[in-house]
Design a binder for this molecule. Structure first.
Ligand SMILES: O=P(O)(O)OC[C@H]1O[C@H](O[C@H]2O[C@H](CO)[C@@H](O)[C@H](O)[C@H]2O)[C@H](O)[C@@H](O)[C@@H]1O
Ligand SMILES: O=c1ccn([C@@H]2O[C@H](COP(=O)(O)OP(=O)(O)O)[C@@H](O)[C@H]2O)c(=O)[nH]1
Length: 457
C-alpha cells in the first residue's frame, strides 16, 4: 500500500499524549495515515512576521509525520484572509456581493501555493499518493507537476462549487479551473457541486465529461465524483449517550427548567444564515404566543476569521439582533435566546445536541454541514429530536428525514420550528431511523476509503 501525503491549510496536530483534535475529518484522515504511514502537511497557523519562515518542522508521531510551515504576515493577509476567504469562499457560497478581488491577493494565493509545493517537494517519495484538501490549495498539483512529480494526486473540495455564471465573475476562474485539471481525481461534496463543475467546463468550452466519471480539460483526463463527507457516527452516538452525565450538560439541562430546547451550532459565518434564523425564531414565537416562556433557543457560535472585515461586522450584527429579539419578546423570567460566542468542546456539544428537541441548521449555502449529522447521531433512539435543515446544505441531499426549509423564507422556517416541536413521537422515530441508518453506513471512514480507492484506481 502506498504511503499517504495529506495537504491542507489547517493541520490537526495531536496534542501532548497523542490526543487527536476534535472532528471526524481529523479522526478519519489520521486513521488512514496510520494504516499506510505518511505525512500531513500544512500551515502552522503562525506568522513569521516579514522574515522568511524557518525551515519546515516535522514532528513524528508513530507512522505519521506532521509537517508544518509558518507563513509571513503578507502571505497570511493575501493568501488566507485575502484570496481564500474574501474571494473563493464568498464566490463558492454564491455571495458575489461580498467578493473583494485584488490583484495582490490573487498573486499572493498562487505564490503561497508555490511556496507550499517547494516545501513539500523534498518529502515526497515516488510512490506516494497525495491528497490535497480544500479551496486554499487548488493550484498545488499544478505546481508539483511543473516540478516533475508524476504521483497520483487527488483533491477534495469541502465547500460548494458554484454554477458557471457565479464562478465566472471571478477574474482568475480559468486559472482555478486549469489548476483542478492537474489532479487525477477531483472530489466534491454533492452531485449538485459535480454538475456545476461539469457545467463550468462546458460553458467555456475548456473541457467536458468523457464518460465513466472522467473529465477532459487542458489536455488532461482526470476523474471527478461526489463523495459526501460523513462523521464518525457510531463513536459520536456513544459519546452523546455518555455526555448526558457531563457536568456542563447537566447544568444546561437544569437551567432550561423543563422548557423545550432548540439548538443551533455554527461558526460565526455569513454563510450560516444566522440573522434569518433568529428572525425565524422570533416569527415562530409571535405566531405561536402559547410558546412564550416554553422554549429556549441556544445558539453556539464561535468567532471565526475575525480579521476579515465581513466577519467582523457579522459579529456585531448577530449579537445586536439576538439582543433586540430578547428585548422584544423576552419577559422578566424568560430569556428566549441564549447566544454564546465561544467554542464548546465536542464532548459537551454531543450532550447538548441530545438535549435539543429541535436541531436548527439553516445555512444559506454549505458544503456539507457536519453539525446536522452530529445532531442526528446524538439523539436518543426512543425519543429523538427533529432536524430542521436548509435545503442548501450539502447534508440535505441525503438527510431526507429532516424538515427541509428554504432559509430565505423566514415564515417557512418559523412554521417548520412549530411543526418540529409538535411532531408525534412515532413520526420523529421514523424520520430519525432513516437518517441514522444512512449516517452509520456512510460514515467518515467510508468517505475516506471511497475517495482513496477511486484515486488509486
Ligand atoms: O480553517 P478556518 O478558516 O477556521 O475554517 C474552518 C473550516 O471551515 C470549512 O469547513 C467546510 O468543511 C466541512 C467538512 O467537510 C463541511 O461540512 C462544511 O460545510 C465546510 O464549510 C472549510 O472548508 C475548512 O477548510 C475550514 O478549515
Ligand atoms: O463550539 C463548537 C462549534 C462547532 N464545533 C465543531 O465544528 C464543526 C463544524 O463543522 P461544519 O461542517 O458544520 O461547518 P464548518 O464550520 O466546517 O463550516 C463540527 O464538527 C462541530 O462539532 C465544535 O467543536 N465546537
Amino acid at each position: 500500500m502506498s504511503r499517504l501525503v495529506i495537504v491542507s491549510n489547517r493541520v490537526p496536530v495531536p496534542e501532548k499524549g497523542g490526543i487527536v483534535p476534535a472532528g471526524g475529518l481529523a479522526v478519519a484522515l489520521k486513521a488512514a495515515l496510520e494504516e499506510r504511514g505518511g505525512i500531513w502537511m500544512g500551515w502552522s497557523g503562525k506568522s513569521s512576521g516579514e522574515s522568511e519562515p524557518e525551515p519546515l518542522t516535522v514532528t513524528q508521531q508513530g507512522k505519521i509525520g506532521y509537517a508544518l510551515t509558518d507563513l509571513t504576515d503578507t502571505d497570511v493577509e493575501e493568501y488566507y484572509h485575502g484570496f481564500a476567504n474574501r474571494v473563493l469562499w464568498p464566490i463558492c457560497h454564491y455571495r458575489l456581493d461580498l467578493a473583494e478581488y485584488g490583484r495582490k491577493e490573487m498573486a499572493g494565493y498562487f505564490r503561497v501555493n508555490r511556496f507550499f509545493a517547494h516545501r513539500l517537494a523534498p518529502l515526497i517519495q515516488p510512490d506516494d499518493v497525495i491528497w490535497v484538501h480544500d479551496y486554499h490549495m487548488i493550484p498545488l498539483a499544478a505546481e508539483l507537476r511543473q516540478m516533475g512529480f508524476k504521483n497520483k494526486i487527488g483533491f477534495f473540495l469541502h465547500i460548494p462549487w458554484p454554477p458557471a455564471d457565479v464562478l465566472f465573475t471571478m477574474p482568475v476562474h480559468e486559472e482555478i479551473m486549469r489548476g483542478l485539471s492537474h489532479y487525477d481525481l477531483v472530489g466534491f461534496q454533492t452531485d449538485h457541486d459535480l454538475e456545476n463543475f461539469a457545467g463550468c467546463l462546458r460553458r467555456e468550452g475548456i473541457g467536458d465529461e468523457v464518460g465513466d466519471g472522467k473529465f477532459s480539460s487542458h489536455g488532461r483526463t482526470f476523474g471527478g465524483g461526489a463523495y459526501s463527507i460523513g462523521i464518525e457516527t457510531a463513536a459520536f452516538a456513544e459519546f452523546a449517550k455518555r455526555a448526558s452525565s457531563n457536568i456542563m450538560v447537566r447544568k444546561a439541562r437544569q437551567s432550561v427548567e423543563g422548557r423545550d430546547l432548540i439548538i443551533g451550532v455554527d461558526r460565526l459565518d455569513y454563510s450560516k444564515g444566522l440573522t434569518q434564523r433568529i428572525d425565524a425564531f422570533e416569527r415562530f414565537i409571535l405566531a405561536n404566543p402559547g410558546q412564550q416562556g416554553r422554549v429556549t433557543y441556544l445558539q453556539i457560535t464561535p468567532k471565526s476569521r475575525s480579521e476579515v472585515p465581513e466577519y467582523e461586522s457579522m459579529q456585531r450584527m448577530v449579537a445586536e439582533q439576538a439582543g433586540r429579539v430578547n428585548g422584544a419578546i423576552g419577559t422578566v423570567d424568560w430569556v428566549p435566546i441564549r447566544y454564546i460566542n465561544r467554542s464548546i468542546g465536542r464532548n459537551v456539544l454531543a450532550g447538548l445536541y441530545r438535549l435539543g428537541k429541535v436541531g436548527l441548521v439553516t445555512p444559506l449555502r454549505d458544503g456539507m454541514n457536519l453539525v446536522a449529522k452530529e445532531y442526528v447521531a446524538a439523539q436518543d433512539s426512543e425519543d429523538p429530536g427533529v432536524l430542521v435543515l436548509s435545503r442548501f446544505a450539502g447534508a440535505a441531499r441525503k438527510l431526507d428525514g429532516a424538515l427541509l426549509v428554504n432559509p430565505y423564507d423566514v415564515d417557512a422556517t418559523a412554521n417548520a420550528i412549530a411543526r418540529a416541536l409538535s411532531m408525534p413521537a412515532e413520526e420523529r422515530r421514523q424520520r430519525w431511523q432513516g437518517m441514522m441508518t444512512h449516517l452509520l453506513e456512510h460514515d467518515v471512514s467510508r468517505w475516506c476509503d471511497d475517495f482513496l480507492a477511486d484515486l488509486a484506481a
